[in-house]
Ligand binder design. Sequence first.
Ligand code: FAD
Length: 391
Amino acid sequence: LSDTPDSDFLGFELLLDDEDRKLVERVREFMLTHVEPVINGFWTRAEFPHELVPGLADLGIAGLQYDGPGCPGRSSLLDGMVAMEMARVDASMQTFMGVHGGLAMGSVQLCGSDEQRERWLPAMARMELIGAFGLTEPEVGSGIAGGLATTARREGDEWVLDGEKKWIGNASFADLVVIWARDEADDQVKGFVVEKGAEGMTFDVTQDKIALRVVQNAEIHLAGVRVPEANRLQGASSFEDTAKVLKVTRMGVAWQATGCARGAYEHALRYTLERQQFGQPIAGFQLVQDLLVKMLSNVVASTAMCVRVSQLQDAGLVKDEHASLAKAFTTARMRETVGWAREVLGGNGILLEHHVGRFVADAEAIYSYEGTREINTLIVGRAITGESAFV
Ligand code: FAD
C-alpha cells in the first residue's frame, strides 16, 4: 500500500489482477486527460461531448461484464471499478456509459435471443451503435412495475407502440432505444428495440436540469410506432425480466455513487492542503481533519460494500436486495460526502472551476435514479422482514 495519501486507502484495487488494474489505469488516464479539462464547459452548456465517444470506444469498456458476442466478458468487480473510476472524474460521462453499456446492452444480453445478441451486441460493444433504455414514464416512476402505461399491440408480424417515456438518457441521439411496453393481450411488460428514425417516435430533450447536465435526457413520444416482431426482446415476458437488467445496473449506480464521493473527497483533500488560513494550511485544523476522515470513511465503507456485492454477482449469488442495499447505502453516503467536500472548500465550493460543486449537483440525480433511496430501502426491508411495504 502506498504511503502517500490515497483514497484507495485499504487497497481494494489490489483485488484485481495486473491486466484488470491496467484497464482501470487507462480509464483513469483517459478521464483525467480528456474529460476533466473540458467537462465543466459541457456541463454549463448542457451539451454532450460526442467527440469523446471514439476515445471511450477505444477503451473497450462498453458492456464490460457481459459475455455476449463481441462483448469484453470481464468481471462485475472490474466493471464496477471502472464505473467508479469514471465517476471519480465526472458522473455524467459515467451515466452515459451506464445507460449504453449497462442498461441498453444489458437488455439485449439478458433479455434477447441468440440472434438478437449477434445482431446488436458487437456493434454496441464497439460503440458504433449507441443505446438507450426507456422504462420511466411521465406519470409513473417508482411504481413502474404495476403502473407502466405504454402499450404494445400485435398486428401480424409487427407490434404497434403508443405512449410516453420520460428521463430517457441518450434517447435523442441513440441508434437503438429499448422501449418497455405493456402487451395489450396479456397485460405483461415486454421489451422492444426501436431503431433510430422509426416513424412516430419523437423526442423533447429535457431542459434546465440542475444535475448531470451533460447527459441528454429526453421525453419520448410514441405514436403508433411499428416495430417488427424480430425486434421484440425474445427473453422478456414480464417485468421480472426487466428487473434482471436493473439488478445488474443498480450495482453500477452504487459504484458510480462511490466514485462521485471519492472524487469529491480527493478534490477536498487537495484543496485543504493548499488553502491557507490563520497562517497555515486548513488541513491542519482538527475540525477540517474530522470532515476529511468522515469523507474517507464513507468512501472506504461504500467501496467495501460494492466490492462484496460485485463478488456475489460474479459468483452468481447476488439477489435484488443485495444490489438495493448497496445502492441505498452508497448514494446516502455520497450525498453526505459531497456536502462535506463543498463545506471544506468554503465559498470556492460553489464555483464550477473547483469541480466539487458539480459533484454536489450531480449527486442529487444519482440519489434518485435506478430506484430512489426509499424504494431500494423497501426492497431490503421486504427481504429482511418478509413483509412487503409496497401497496
Ligand atoms: P416518484 O416515483 O414520483 O417518487 C417521488 C418520491 O416519492 C421519491 O422520494 C420516492 O422515493 C417516493 N416514493 C414513491 N413511492 C414510494 C413508496 N412506496 N414508499 C415511500 N416513498 C415512495 N428512467 C429510464 O427509464 N431511463 C433512463 O435512462 C433514466 N435516466 C434518468 C436520468 C436522470 C437524471 C433522472 C433524474 C432520472 C432518470 N430515469 C430514467 C428515471 C428514474 O429512474 C426515476 O426518476 C426514478 O425511478 C424515480 O421516479 P420518479 O422520478 O417518477 O419519482
